[in-house]
Design a protein around this ligand. Structure first.
Ligand code: OGA
Ligand code: NI
Length: 352
């Protein structure tokens, strides 16, 4: 197996197709919609045209890109540089801020998705320092804990840049939440209350070149758990989305300075399956490292996730039973679940 640690090896049915005769898996596609947000610069603009585009994208794909989104380009360059400089540090430095069994934030290079190791290293930090979450995934346990960020000594301006980027990406996430709400025929602030003590976090992903990109994945197939994700990726490419209509893997075309938005599990449940939380994964390659920065927009721990009353009816009964966000979040984050020979928690477990 050419020296690749077997922990990284995907089951045959999950390996990317690298056969040149079928380059379908790697050819960049234009199919995923790109939405121009420039009209939002006018505070009095009519948001319904954008909301209509968003509705279509969320139903068909659960993924879209946004351009002219208002996130400052300079800040994006700085945060990309800070992330690259951090990953460039000697391993002993990175391990000083390693996540542990209690605190899921910090550096981590042993993440497993569905029990197979990902070909990546990550650095995570909460938007809110500190963030309140349940102490354990056990349903009966009501204890809460305060989780805090871990910051490296260098780069020296790392923390400041991270926090500034986080504030800007949060603003955009709230704008998108409003547009999604409008797209569902609901008041613009319908979801806002769920985010008062949000558990959102940012992640820096680094995917090094991989000797066996045909056997491993940068991130194995998964769905994001929260409300939505705002992802900044570089121009290398590698993100693939499972098409809702037939499950085929579609490679997202990198558009410089665009941001990728995807619907998470909470939004799929709130909309009773109208909007789609797509499965996605990251393929790696032998020559180019890749960086990406997702912002996972997550509700407050106490939020009950269930189909919205306004969106259900006799003809459209709820597809999901209610669940608690905090317990879902903690269960997903358990650093030991990789050792459990079970799948991690999925919304399908709450199907009515
Ligand atoms: C993730 C993810 C995609 C990417 O971190 O959840 O899906 O392109 N990342 O890095
Ligand atoms: Ni993801």
């Amino acid at each position: 197996m050419g020296g690749l640690d077997e922990a990284f090896i995907q089951a045959p049915e999950h390996r990317p197709k690298t056969n040149l005769a079928d380059s379908g898996d790697f050819a960049f596609s234009d199919e995923i919609p790109t939405i121009d947000l420039s009209s939002l610069k006018d505070p009095d603009c009519d948001k319904t045209a954008i909301a209509t585009e968003i509705a279509e994208a969320c139903e068909r794909w659960g993924f879209f890109q946004v351009i002219n989104h208002g996130l400052p380009f300079d800040l994006r360059r700085w945060v990309e540089k800070a992330a690259a400089d951090f990953f460039d540090l000697p391993m002993v430095e990175k391990r000083r801020v390693k996540r542990d069994a209690v605190n899921p934030m910090g550096y981590h290079d042993e993440e497993h998705t569905k029990n197979v190791r990902d070909w990546k290293e990550v650095f995570d930090f909460f938007l809110q320092d500190s963030t309140i979450a349940p102490a354990t995934p056990e349903p009966e346990d009501t204890e809460l804990i305060k989780l805090t960020n871990q910051w490296p000594q260098s780069p020296s301006d790392f923390r400041e840049i991270c926090q500034e980027y986080a504030r800007e990406v949060e603003k955009l996430a709230f704008k998108l939440l409003e547009l999604i709400s409008i797209s569902l025929g609901l008041p613009g602030d319908r979801f806002t209350g769920y985010f008062k003590e949000q558990t959102s976090f940012l992640r820096f992903n680094h995917y090094p070149p991989c000797p066996n990109p045909d056997l491993a994945l940068g991130v194995g197939r998964h769905k994001d758990g929260g409300a939505l994700t705002v992802l900044a990726q570089d121009t290398v490419g590698g993100l693939q989305v499972g098409r809702r209509s037939d499950g085929r893997w579609i490679s997202v075309k990198p558009i410089p300075d665009a941001l990728i938005i995807n619907i998470g599990n909470c939004m799929q449940v709130w909309t009773n399956d109208k909007y789609w939380s797509a499965e996605h994964r990251v393929v790696v390659n032998t020559s180019k490292e890749r960086f990406s920065i997702p912002f996972f927009f997550f509700p407050s721990h106490e939020t009950s996730i269930e189909p919205l009353e306004e969106l259900i009816s006799e003809e459209n009964p709820p597809c999901y039973k209610r669940y608690n966000w905090g317990k879902f979040f903690v269960s997903r984050n358990r650093s030991d679940y990789k050792k459990l020979q079970v799948e991690n928690i999925q919304i399908d477990h709450f199907k009515a």
